[in-house]
Design a binder for this molecule. Sequence first.
Ligand SMILES: *[C@@H]1O[C@H](CO)[C@@H](O)[C@H](O)[C@H]1NC(C)=O
Ligand SMILES: *[C@@H]1O[C@H](CO)[C@@H](O)[C@H](O)[C@H]1NC(C)=O
Ligand SMILES: *[C@@H]1O[C@H](CO)[C@@H](O)[C@H](O)[C@H]1NC(C)=O
Length: 272
Amino acid sequence: MRPHLHSLAAWALVASTGDLTGVLAANSSGCGKEPTITDGPHTAVANGKTREFIIKLPANYDKNRPYRLIFTFHPLNGSARQVANGDSSTEPFYGLPPVSNNSAIFVSPNGQVAGSVGGMMGWANAGGEDVLFVDAIMEKIEAALCINQDLRFSTGFSYGGAISYALASLGGGPKSPIAFYQQHGTGDQVLPISGARQVRDILLRANGCTPVTPEVTPNGATSTQVVYKGCKEGFPATWVVFNGPHTPAYADAGSVKPIGGPNFWNFLSQFE
Ligand SMILES: *[C@@H]1O[C@H](CO)[C@@H](O)[C@H](O)[C@H]1NC(C)=O
Ligand SMILES: *[C@@H]1O[C@H](CO)[C@@H](O)[C@H](O)[C@H]1NC(C)=O
Ligand SMILES: *[C@@H]1O[C@H](CO)[C@@H](O)[C@H](O)[C@H]1NC(C)=O
């Protein structure tokens, strides 16, 4: 069985595959050891291919403290470097490190062109090899660093959201609960919001959450957030809708700060 990975996909969707209730925190074998992995690029081998990932440790890494492990996947035609460094469309690691209070280790893996769209890097997961890559990364990181194995998360924008959803579904499947945070623009021409609502509703049903009717809409240039009620314990669901296009850079009126990072953090920090 694959290890649990709480996944957030997106357009922005956080999902979790494990039963989070009543589980004793499992500490990785890297706990208590001097770290043999540092900030920056590393490689892992999956399906015979050596592939890159970039890692960011918290300030003052403490080898005895079990940290969250958060995967941040790049979109189509993006890269590990794009997400790690940030660019005009995204803050570094989707804006999560500044709000994480040094309680998390971030990892941004590199996709591949093989099997992807238009010769651009993505997450086609041909023959399941992107999932094998994620497993290989986790094995490498967790042997070297102290991770709370009940607190693994995944997020990403666009194709990066799709691979997060795929990872979450492996542990559960669309009929099983997946804790999720999903954020979407009404004016998305790439992944129209109707499709995002369908995915959301599948997950809401799986989680036993009470749907909200009528459909919520953004309040002009301010996003609207729904924290669903009635969900199975340990499988929360949050939906955020904004007026805007296909981008992780969306900020509410009166702010230049994208809402994604702080919103993701508020969602995932309820798991501890
Ligand atoms: C994991 O590590 C923390 C911090 O050292 C400790 O308090 C906890 O008991 C450990 N959990 C297990 C299951 O060993
Ligand atoms: C893909 O990314 C490269 C490098 O960032 C950029 O020059 C190119 O225009 C992008 N292609 C598309 C189709 O967006
Ligand atoms: C940040 O983490 C430290 C422990 O490492 C804790 O003492 C402090 O209260 C945290 N701050 C916030 C704002 O959560």
